[in-house]
Design a protein around this ligand. Structure first.
Ligand code: FES
Length: 64
């Protein structure tokens, strides 16, 4: 993940994803780049839509 501006904020949500506030450029596993605003990024490892959160953290009872 590359920071696009100096106003980027990342908040760790309890038992849930990273909440990014701002515009970020993500480099996907296939090398493509996606610019997205305010993404929720998976940190539990269970999402079927990585790197984005798909709500699976709740189903697996993620704690962290
Ligand atoms: S944090 Fe939500 S699916 Fe992983």
């Amino acid at each position: 993940m590359e920071k696009k501006d100096s106003l980027l904020k990342i908040k760790v949500l309890p038992n849930a994803p990273l909440q990014v506030q701002g515009s970020v450029e993500l480099i996907m596993t296939d090398g493509s780049k996606v610019v997205i605003e305010n993404p929720l990024l998976c940190r539990c490892g269970a999402s079927q839509n990585k790197p984005f959160c798909d709500g699976s953290h709740a189903k697996i009872g993620f704690k962290g």
